[in-house]
Design a protein around this ligand. Structure first.
Ligand code: MSP
Length: 591
């Protein structure tokens, strides 16, 4: 049965240009989406920009521009950045799109008609907010969340005291429903330790949250039907979160195509069956699509987000969806942060500790400059291979260069250039016709050969398992096991010596075919992470089609003499980096 995979990223604030932290998330999502496409899942990948709110309005004002003109310009810098990094999304949503704004109003309308699960009170009510607001987070704060100096720990600024009339969402009544859902669907929040954090947060008590604020001009007006709502603007978080649905056409039923799946059709892990929604009915609700079919209902949305915004995604978003009668997403996966250490972190506190890369700290690295200087795939490989998926990862030019030289230049690059050169020298660029592993008489060569075949065979199982389980660094590590065994085999078999002796042609041809097959497999396995380089390698190997199209048996080892083909000219896929010779650093301040 063909599977369906709907993946989203957080949508970035456009008050500054994209930095490496934003890029990390988009590259991670892209590699996951590519893996799903490669294995044949119907895949839809959504990203975009978050363009409303006070923070953006202020940035526009500082730039001397009208908000719309400002966000039009800034969103282009994100679109250009993802293009430069090979991020192949299906849709780029902007929250200032009219269609999205209309959907946000519909969400508020539905919330205003909903009643809470515990007391049956209206889910939305008008009240007064007296408290603190951090513009950087676009979030309401309580004293507990501030540092010793009374500042937001993330933005290092004191939140503003505000007193204003707000519409509130009665989040405090959704704790039991959320805990029940999380207990019934342990994969809903991943990795596990993030789920524990969220569960503790819910158990510590939830407060009602604002869903509208008065006197803000840059945002979506509350729908007129909501009494007393005139002059109110929807708070930026409900607005932003809805992008995951509005992009699919919600409240039209078309959204079900990606948001929901039939039995066996979901493209990822998780006990996504949600029978509690079986009897839902009405506009945009799945009951209508499922009514009378007797089919169990599965949900399919997969949200990839950073740990600073897990509260909004794991508490507020599902509670709003419960209130609006929309099935919850299948999974929220919380990734870690890109951190910098001094001296890369000018905002660091002098302890040499790592700090998060962010515009407010002022320590951002420009991913587009990095890609222009070192290649998009070099950067993608660092982000996906050097940082264990789900954890934090440090970035510095030195770490990046060392990682590049070790794994790309010295291992994969070296393997491909020596293999291709040997085939050109010994076989005029045609694939060798020989396949005779028994011809290896030296036991050490035979052992190295067997180790290579074993590593390739086990990687064929491990790589997809690791990608599927969102352990991308492990997928790449398995693939590189085969690369390492291949390099060891070359060192043992010494094909350049075999090439000098016409009597050892069977050994030479067998050795080169084993290496060519390993390279073919690695081009397939590494493609989700470093697509452009794998496509280049594929071309050099003279293979038909593309590595992104290989699935089933085509993605499994087929050691032997291949159908004859001609290789392309040898290329140096990953020229060694020498930072001292290369000069200036690529870091740059955000706008
Ligand atoms: N606009 C909100 C998200 C709304 S989603 C409905 C927002 N924007 S953001 O621009 O501040 O961050 C966008 C994403 O980038 C978030 O998932 C955030 O965690 C991630 N990152 C921002 N800086 C980061 C690092 N230094 N490292 C890794 N990812 C981090 O929050």
């Amino acid at each position: 049965m063909p599977r369906r995979f709907y993946i989203t990223t957080a949508i970035d604030y456009v008050n500054g240009r994209p930095h490496l932290g934003h890029a990390y998330e988009k590259v991670l999502a892209d590699a996951i989406a590519r893996f799903h496409r490669q294995r044949g899942d119907a895949t839809y990948f959504l990203t975009g920009t978050d363009e409303h709110g006070q923070k953006i309005a202020r940035a526009a004002e500082e730039a001397g521009q009208e908000p719309q003109a400002f966000v039009d310009e800034m969103s282009q810098t994100f679109i250009a950045a993802w293009k430069a990094l090979g991020v192949a999304y299906d849709q780029f949503i902007r929250t200032s799109d009219k269609r999205h704004e209309l959907a946000v109003q519909e969400l508020l309308r539905r919330l205003s008609l909903a009643h809470t699960p515990r007391t049956g009170e209206p889910a939305i009510y008008e009240g007064e907010y007296v408290g603190l607001y951090c513009e950087g987070c676009e979030g309401f704060k309580n004293e507990k969340e501030l540092d010793a100096k009374g500042r937001c720990p993330e933005h290092r600024k004191k939140p503003k005291e505000i007193k204003e009339s707000n519409f509130f969402f009665r989040l405090s009544e959704y704790d039991e429903a959320l805990l029940r859902h999380i207990a019934a669907h342990p994969d809903f929040i991943q990795p596990d330790h993030r789920r524990t954090e969220v569960v503790n947060l819910i158990k510590s008590g939830l407060e009602d949250v604002s869903v509208s604020r008065p006197n803000l001009t840059w945002g979506v007006p509350l729908p007129e039907e909501i009494e007393g709502g005139k002059g109110h603007t929807v708070y930026v978080w409900p607005d932003a979160l809805l992008n995951y649905l509005s992009a699919l056409g919600w409240p039209q039923r078309a959204y079900c195509k990606w948001w929901l799946a039939k039995e066996g059709e979901t493209g990822g892990p998780g006990s996504a069956r949600q029978d509690e929604f079986q009897d839902l009915d009405g506009h945009g609700r799945p009951g209508a699509a499922w009514a009378g079919t007797g089919q169990p209902l599965y949900t399919n949305g997969f949200h990839l987000i950073g740990k600073d915004i897990s509260r909004f995604h794991c508490v507020l978003w599902p509670a709003m969806l419960l209130a609006a009668g929309v099935p919850l997403p299948r999974q929220v996966y919380v990734h870690g942060f890109i951190l910098l250490r001094k001296p890369e972190a000018p905002g660091a506190d002098g302890t040499g500790a790592q700090v998060k890369m962010s515009k407010s700290v002022g320590n951002v690295v420009d991913p587009v400059a990095m890609a222009a200087r070192f290649g998009a795939d070099a950067l993608r490989f660092y982000l996906l291979d050097a940082i264990p998926t789900g954890g934090d990862g440090e970035f510095s030019l030195e770490l990046f260069a060392e990682h590049f030289n070790t794994w790309l230049a010295n291992k994969l690059g070296n393997l491909s250039s020596r293999t291709v050169k040997l085939v050109h020298n010994a076989y005029a660029g045609a694939t060798p016709p020989e396949w005779a592993p028994d011809a290896f008489t030296d036991p050490a060569v035979r052992v190295a050969f067997d180790a290579l075949v074993a590593a390739a065979t086990s990687a064929a199982d491990e790589v997809p398992k690791a990608y599927d389980g969102l352990r991308l660094h492990e997928a790449l590590a398995s693939a590189w096991q085969a690369v390492e065994r291949a390099n060891e085999f070359v060192d043992r078999a010494r094909p350049w010596d075999l090439a000098k002796d016409p009597a050892r042609r069977a050994e030479l041809g067998t050795a080169l075919n084993a290496l060519l097959e390993t390279l073919r497999l690695v081009a397939i396995w590494a493609w989700p992470a470093i697509p452009a380089k794998c496509e280049e390698l594929w071309g050099v190997l003279g293979l038909p089609g593309a590595p992104g199209e290989q699935r089933g048996d085509a993605a499994r080892p087929a050691f032997g003499a291949p159908a004859g083909r001609t290789l392309g000219a040898p290329v140096i896929l990953f020229p060694r980096l020498d930072l001292k010779a290369a000069g200036a650093r690529p870091g740059s301040k955000a706008k």
